[in-house]
Ligand binder design. Structure first.
Ligand code: PEP
Ligand code: MN
Length: 348
């Protein structure tokens, strides 16, 4: 990718002329309007591409190659943090955003009870899997579209946007019709057909780091989605596989400042899949806030012992509420406010 830096104060017409000139010679160009002025990423160009006609245009300050291997996700393309808007909830701004809910949507009452508890505690996004990537083909695979509908209805009743996993390119349209954020699971982080499919979607995407994925590989996976046309991407570290067996995975908290040094995209942590054991989740949630994550995604369940998936790591509702109180107090000290708890009662 080559980057065309416009002079401060370059006009809309001048920026338009650069985009048109690129298009005319068959190059794909993506503009970014930052605090320092406009930058245009010429995605399909490299050092050997002749961009002299672009360099000569009025308002152009500089044409230079991007040195990092990731382009649109990198700080060279966009210096300031990206704030992703999920149905009105900003992720990547000052607020510390908590996404919570059961691992799987199991029935109407279960997701309703969870949604109420999330809203009452100041959680902002309701999670719940309807298509589940299970290690064994004989385990519960999720309720499918019926689960999507139950999740969306519970979210609507409690004023919570929703997030759920999409596992197959042909289901992106269906999931996007019901949910506000499309989740790409750890196992699919390098499923390039799926990344291309969500790149065409008009909904924010939460991209989970794989069990064996480096930060560089994660950022390049995100690059597929941005290069496909969708810039609303949130990254999620959810624990990686290490030699340590006392927890399900090992939470790589270091990934947060590392990613933030390289990328403008928001980053959240998932303490549930990292620990695999509910007693460690609140401590990791506090670490997430302290290390500078933009939020967390946690699993909870009205009766974790009876959960159809990931019960051992799912918080009881009272522990979830207590964890939220702790995070709210920590947020006051760290300047990362949590949303106010919603009063009990079903919303329109
Ligand atoms: C999940 O969020 O329930 C899930 C399956 O997560 P991961 O892809 O991180 O394992
Ligand atoms: Mn789970």
């Amino acid at each position: 990718m080559m980057i065309v830096t416009m002079r401060p104060g370059a006009s809309v017409a001048e920026i338009g002329a650069v985009l048109r000139t690129c298009q005319d010679v068959g190059l794909r160009a993506v503009p970014n309007h930052g605090e320092q002025g406009a930058i245009i990423g010429v995605v399909t160009a490299d050092r050997s591409t002749d961009l002299s006609s672009v360099a000569a245009l009025p308002g152009v300050a500089q044409v230079a190659p991007v040195s990092a291997s990731f382009k649109l996700v990198g700080r060279e393309f966009r210096a300031e943090p990206t704030v992703v808007e999920a149905a009105g909830v900003p992720i990547g701004g000052p607020e510390f955003v908590v996404m919570a809910g059961p691992c799987s949507v199991e029935d109407e009452e279960q997701i309703e009870v969870c949604a109420g508890a999330v809203a009452r505690a100041g959680g902002r996004i309701l999670r719940g899997g309807a298509y589940k990537p299970r290690t064994s083909p004989y385990s519960f695979q999720g309720l499918g579209e019926a689960g999507l509908m139950l999740l969306a209805a519970a979210g609507r009743r409690h004023g919570l946007p929703t997030i759920t996993e999409v596992m197959h390119p042909h289901l992106v349209g269906t999931v996007a019709a019901h949910a506000d954020i499309l989740q790409i699971g750890a196992r699919n982080v390098q499923n390039y057909a799926l990344l291309e499919a969500v790149g065409k979607a008009r909904k924010p995407v939460l991209l989970k780091r794989g069990l064996m994925t480096t930060v560089e590989e994660l950022l390049l996976a995100a690059e597929y989605i941005l290069a496909g046309g969708n810039r609303q991407v949130i990254l999620c570290e959810r624990g990686i596989r290490t030699f340590e067996t006392s927890t399900r995975n090992t939470l790589d908290v270091t990934a947060v400042p590392v990613i933030k040094s390289k990328s403008h995209l928001p980053v959240i942590l998932d303490p549930s899949h990292a620990a695999g054991l509910r007693e460690f989740v609140p401590a990791l949630a506090r670490a997430a806030m302290a290390v500078g994550a933009d939020g967390i995604m946690v699993e909870m369940h009205p009766e974790p012992e009876k959960a159809m998936s990931d019960g051992r790591q799912s918080l009881h509702l009272d522990t979830f509420a207590a964890m939220m109180d702790e995070l709210r107090r920590l947020g006051e000290a760290l300047g990362r406010p949590l949303a106010s708890p919603q009063p009990p009662g079903v919303r329109a």
